[in-house]
Design a protein around this ligand. Sequence first.
Ligand SMILES: *[C@@H]1O[C@H](CO)[C@@H](O)[C@H](O)[C@H]1NC(C)=O
Ligand SMILES: *[C@@H]1O[C@H](CO)[C@@H](O)[C@H](O)[C@H]1NC(C)=O
Ligand SMILES: *[C@@H]1O[C@H](CO)[C@@H](O)[C@H](O)[C@H]1NC(C)=O
Ligand SMILES: *[C@@H]1O[C@H](CO)[C@@H](O)[C@H](O)[C@H]1NC(C)=O
Length: 296
Amino acid sequence: MAKKNNQPIVMKQWGLRNILNFLVSLFLALAIILFISITTKTDDGRGSGMESSKAAAGKGGEETCDLFSGKWVFDNSTHPLYSERECMFMSDQSACEKFGRKDLKYQNWRWQPHGCDLPRFNATRLLERLRGQRMVFVGDSLNRNQWVSMVCLLGAVIPSSLKSMETNGSLMSFKAKEYNASVEFYWSPLLVESNSDHPVNHRIPDRIVRAQSIEKHAKHWTDADILVFNSYLWWRRPTMKVLWGSFEDKDGVYKEIEILRSYELALKTWSEWLEFNVDPLKTQLFFVSMSPTHFW
Ligand SMILES: *[C@@H]1O[C@H](CO)[C@@H](O)[C@H](O)[C@H]1NC(C)=O
Ligand SMILES: *[C@@H]1O[C@H](CO)[C@@H](O)[C@H](O)[C@H]1NC(C)=O
Ligand SMILES: *[C@@H]1O[C@H](CO)[C@@H](O)[C@H](O)[C@H]1NC(C)=O
Ligand SMILES: *[C@@H]1O[C@H](CO)[C@@H](O)[C@H](O)[C@H]1NC(C)=O
């Protein structure tokens, strides 16, 4: 549909804003699913979400539930899981209620797998699992939204004096002091270096990427225990200008490259970086590409 009217830029500026409301709830739920799958993967016998899922499936034994096969259901008895007004770190960009939205039903949707029930999200339990760890969301505003949701979910059970938020350049860090845990967001909408890397002033029409350079960003999060990446929306254009050389270098070579190819170049740089610099035994990786909003 987006292709049909040929107005991706307009859509990005207005459409994105309008659907943020929906995204908040959608990603909130996705985040929960994500964590259920994390707990499942790293189950060390201390009790995980998956056990409950198995129990709920009622079949016992080794049978597991496909958490990704399911549907969205309206549930105003258990959701929302946090109150926007009570979340001191909620960003204005995502604060629909604060800015007057009347219909708040979007906060009530939750994911219902076909084969089992998910245990209700428990922030204390998640904090315990994050103890001594660093979790970093890396990407664009969709991931920032995810991150804010996560911060609000966790922050809801932490008193003000035991939580903090710091911003340093492209990195925003939420800290849960009692748990020595941090949940952070790093702005890099194209993952690799680009001229849109400024955390605030990044609306640059003539977008340029250095598809082979990621270290400037990656050095800020390579040591994380959990990494959640996203990148797709910012690649939604026919071509991308790719730079070989540096932004300061007068001899840099610029080439307008078809979008799939440039996205591929960037993801290759990204995945190679991960392969050589991130220890898969220590760090769990997640990558989010297209989100449903892109069909609008
Ligand atoms: C939940 O939604 C139903 C249907 O919209 C409504 O009748 C009910 O009053 C709501 N309950 C709460 C607690 O908001
Ligand atoms: C949440 O988890 C904590 C720690 O595991 C537990 O003590 C608490 O009872 C749980 N809360 C709910 C509502 O299940
Ligand atoms: C706190 O967490 C960091 C990782 O985020 C870890 O390197 C450090 O050792 C932890 N400190 C304590 C006192 O547990
Ligand atoms: C901000 O991050 C840089 C590294 O990128 C670090 O050298 C500096 O100490 C940080 N500043 C604060 C206030 O944490």
